[in-house]
Structure formats: C-alpha cells, structure tokens
Design a protein around this ligand. Structure first.
Ligand code: FAD
Length: 494
C-alpha cells in the first residue's frame, strides 16, 4: 500500500495542507508517501500559460524533487498529452504503485473542477479514496456572506468580513508541518520513481537561451527562494509598502506573485509572517505598510472567491452580464501597437516592454495599460486579458480576470464613469522623474525633464521622431468621450 500526494499549483513542502494530510495518513498506516506531478501540454495551451511561467514551474519541480528525495519521498513527474486522460492515467499509476489514497489541494477554475469530478468517479469505480482539500486561500471560498446571506461583490465590505473571520478563526493561520520522511525501504521499493527526469518544456513553450537566463536570475525557483524573499521583504521593505507600492521605478512591492501563483509560497505563511513582524496580533492594526500589504494579499483571496461563486467568469463572460453589449473597436493595428509598446504613450509602452522583457509588470502599470486598452483604444478587454496570460510569469486566472474586470469596468464593482485613467496624469504622478520610462524605453533616454511623459507635445518631438518613437495613436480626451458613449450605449441596449 502507499499514499499519494498530487502536486498541482502547490509546489512546496512547507505549509501545504493536502501534503500534510497525505503524510499523516501514510504515517498512521505505516506505508510510504509518493508525490506526483502531471505535466499537461494541453492545459498549457488551454490556459495560455506563458513560456516563462512553464519554465518557472519546471525549474521548481527540480527543486521540489531534490527536497523530497532528502526525505526519501519520490516525486514522479509524467507528461500526459491529452488532459481528458489524466484521471484514467492517475488510476493506472495508483494501481501500479499499490496506492489506495490520493490527496490533493483544490483548484477552483471550471476545467479543474470538472477534471476532479472525473477523477472522483474513476476512483470510486476502482475502490481508491481521494481527498481534495482547501489550501490556496487564507479563507476558503464560500465562508464569507453578506448580512443577507449573499456572496460579496465589493471588495471593501468583503475585506472587513475577511479580517473578522480570520480573527475569529485563528486556526486559519495555523501552518501545517512539512511531510515526515519515508522509511529507507521506500527508496528500494520505488527506485524507478526516484530516477524520473523533469521533462523539458513543450516546443511551443520553450524560452530562448537569453530569456531563460534572465528569468532564472530574476526569479530563482522553489520554496526556499520564496521564503527568503518574503523574509527579506518583511525585514526591509514592508514598512514603506504603503508609500512606495505605486512607484514602478522602485522595488517597493514584494515581487512574490510568481510564488503565490505557483504555490511555492502559501498565502497563510505570507500573511502570518507579515503579521508576526507587527506589534499586534490584529491584521488591521499596527504598522500601516504591513496592514496594506496584508490587504493586497487578501485581493488574491477575493478574486478566487468571486470565481468560485460566479464560475461563468471562466467562460469569457463579463461579471456583469449587462456589460456584454459594448461595441468594441477591434482595431487590430492599435492592438498590435499596444502589444509592442508603441502607442506613443511612454508610460504605457514602458510597462508593456517591462512585461515582454521580464514576464512581470508593476501593479500600477497593469492598471494603466489595461485601462488604456479598454477605454482609450476601446478594445475588447478579453484580448488584453489573454495577452497578459500569454506573457506573465505570475499569470493567475482569477487575479488576472479580476484585474481586467476592474480596469475595464466589466468586473465586480464596475465604475466606468470615473475609472478612466488619464495615462499622462498617471505618468506624472507615479513616475514623476521618468525613471521607469527611461529604463524600459531606451530610445527616449536622451529626453530630459517632464517632456519624457509626452515628448511630441512638450518640445522633444524631434528627438523622439529621430529615435523612431511613435506619435500617440489616440488622443486621450476624445478617446475618453468615445469610451463613455460606448459604455452608455452598451448598457442602454439591455
Ligand atoms: P505585492 O504588491 O507585493 O502584493 C503581494 C501579493 O498580493 C501579490 O504577489 C499578489 O499575490 C497579491 N495581490 C496584490 N495585488 C493584487 C490584486 N490587485 N489582485 C490580486 N492579487 C493581488 N496578479 C497575479 O498574481 N497574476 C495575474 O495574472 C495578475 N494579473 C493582473 C492583471 C491586471 C489588469 C491587474 C490590474 C492586476 C493583476 N494582478 C495579477 C495583480 C497584481 O498586479 C500583481 O499581483 C502584483 O503586481 C504582483 O506584484 P507583487 O508580488 O510585487 O505584489
């Protein structure tokens, strides 16, 4: 007999609920624990997984394999081409290994829930037990309700309720132990499993040598790196987070999103570590930077709760059905300019080039470019949402969908009439000296002073033109009017 833990987006040994339960089960039964990960190229395709993200996951599996081997726990990694075959293949593997129990953490997206439902059916038919548990959120979805028993669709009251719930249920921030070691005989019995190799990325998800080198230096993989980064952030930068988090030229945020998205860091560990640096046990007290950071980590829970309650957001539908009738421009030339960082709006272009270069973009800039796409260009927000997933190392369906819904005013709590960012004002406010712009748009480095924000209108047009930097592809004021009219018309047509 044996117990199996199926790793998915929970690629860590510490504070991993299902892994802990699997280890407990194995220990009680006196049988070995086996870990497994299924690589699904079809899932990469369906979920638009960015090559940098695939690379990060595969690198992380290498670290995980070594860590588990030190505990005499094998990590079996197998590629299953067709995702519909995953449940039956797992049944075969379990039979081969003589394993009767499988543990996994739950993923909430619709495809994943369907796969798990298939798995439960196949297992029942084969007499294998399966336990799928909540792990990824601090507060599991479904627990927070408004006074009238409904799911919250607005963040602020939801967050108040989230805080109250965590304070009332301190066990939510209890961290699980890592898995207990197997006895040495597991090494002999499962020798073949210890030998398996981490596969290379599928051809269409491979990184160039240069990109791979850059990504590896910027985003070292594995849970130890996540914990190191968390600890360094909490020691040094978290107090200034409230002040610095909106300045994209500063390293003012934690840069932990790739770890949250891959599960190399648990949200519980993050919130608990931040709270423990505070001089209060309250999540909403003490140091302001710490409070603000915890409230940002909570956004991640919020969007997952939204996804669970309104799963149609996974199916290309806006959260508010009444926003389905907006007539988008579908101007592909402008979309291309946006993707390439050639809109003539330096702050927008710098941000898009940051994402192309390193697979990550600052949160303030994500909001600016998303608002620009949906409002200034009146392009379908789903084109931007998809493009982000294809390029982000931290691509996460719920956060990305939530962020796009917010910026395009089609998500929870939409406010189209005052949430139209003026890219120029954003640029002047959050990148006042143009440091971020100059970093990512080398051809504008020669432009001095405030002209960096709009070279053609502020006397630096000659230089910009010689450097090949484009003129603005839209005029903001007119574009704003057009967006307001289109949203109004869309809403009125219901
Ligand atoms: P920090 O500021 O240090 O925040 C800590 C953690 O809190 C983040 O790592 C993240 O897990 C969470 N968090 C912070 N802000 C948000 C938020 N607004 N929504 C959800 N979680 C948040 N985040 C992703 O992880 N994946 C995405 O695919 C993604 N797409 C986005 C798309 C748009 C249009 C927008 C506006 C935001 C998106 N975000 C996404 C949220 C946010 O931009 C990133 O989480 C953040 O920039 C990551 O940097 P950090 O780790 O330094 O964040």
């Amino acid at each position: 007999d044996a117990v199996v833990h199926w790793f998915k987006m929970d690629l860590r040994t510490s504070d991993n609920r299902a892994l802990f339960l699997a280890s407990e089960k194995a220990r009680e039964a006196g049988v070995p624990l086996i870990a497994m990960y299924i690589v699904s190229p079809q899932d990469f395709e369906a979920h638009l997984t960015a090559p940098v993200r695939v690379d990060f996951m595969l690198r992380t599996l290498g670290v995980l394999k070594e860590d588990l081997a030190k505990l005499d726990i094998p990590l079996w990694v197998e590629t299953v081409e067709k995702r519909k075959n995953i449940p039956s293949r797992i049944v075969e593997l379990m039979k081969d290994w003589g394993a009767r129990h499988l543990f996994a953490n739950m993923e909430y997206e619709v495809d994943e829930l369907r796969r798990e439902a298939d798995l439960v059916r196949s297992f029942a038919a084969n007499g294998i037990a399966v336990e799928v548990v909540h792990d990824t959120c601090v507060v599991p979805p479904g627990q927070l309700k408004t006074g009238t028993g409904k799911q919250y669709a607005v963040y602020t009251p939801w967050f108040r309720s989230w805080i109250g719930h965590v304070h009332g249920n301190p066990d939510l921030l209890e961290l699980s132990d890592g898995p207990a070691p197997n006895s040495g005989s597991a090494r002999i019995r499962f020798a073949k499993l210890f030998e398996c190799q981490i596969p290379p990325a599928p051809d269409n998800k491979k990184l160039s040598e240069e990109d791979a080198k850059r990504s590896r230096a910027l985003f070292p993989a594995g849970e130890h790196e996540a914990l190191k980064r968390l600890s360094k952030f909490c020691d040094a930068d978290i107090s200034g987070y409230g002040k610095h988090r909106n300045i994209p030229s500063m390293p003012g945020t934690s840069n932990l999103s790739v770890h949250f998205a891959s599960g190399t860091l648990s949200a519980r560990t993050a919130v608990r570590t931040a709270r423990d640096r505070n001089n209060t046990k309250k999540l909403n007290g003490g140091n302001e930077g710490i409070q603000t950071w915890i409230s940002e980590v909570a956004w991640r829970d919020f969007y997952k709760h939204v996804l669970v309650h309104w799963p149609y957001v996974c199916m290309n539908k806006p959260f508010k059905p009444e926003y389905s009738n907006i007539e988008w421009s579908y101007n592909m030339e402008q979309f291309e300019a946006w993707t390439q960082g050639k809109t003539g709006y330096p702050i927008v272009d710098a941000a898009m080039r940051q994402m192309h270069s390193i697979g990550w973009m600052h949160n303030r800039c994500r909001m600016i470019v998303a608002s620009f796409l949906a409002k200034d260009l009146l392009l379908d927000w789903r084109m931007g949402e998809k493009y982000f997933m294809e390029h982000l190392i931290d691509g996460d369906f719920a956060s990305n969908n939530g962020g796009w819904g917010f910026a395009a005013s089609v998500g929870v709590d939409p406010q189209p009439y005052f949430r139209i960012f003026n890219p120029l004002l954003q640029s002047e406010k959050f990148d006042p000296d143009g440091e971020y712009i100059r970093k990512w748009i080398p051809e504008l480095r020669g432009i001095e002073g405030k002209a960096i924000h709009e070279p053609y209108a502020r006397g630096a047009g000659g230089l910009a033109q010689r450097a090949g930097y484009p003129r603005p592809i839209v005029e903001h004021k007119g574009a704003r009017e057009r967006a307001l009219a289109a949203y109004k018309k869309g809403l009125e047509s219901n």
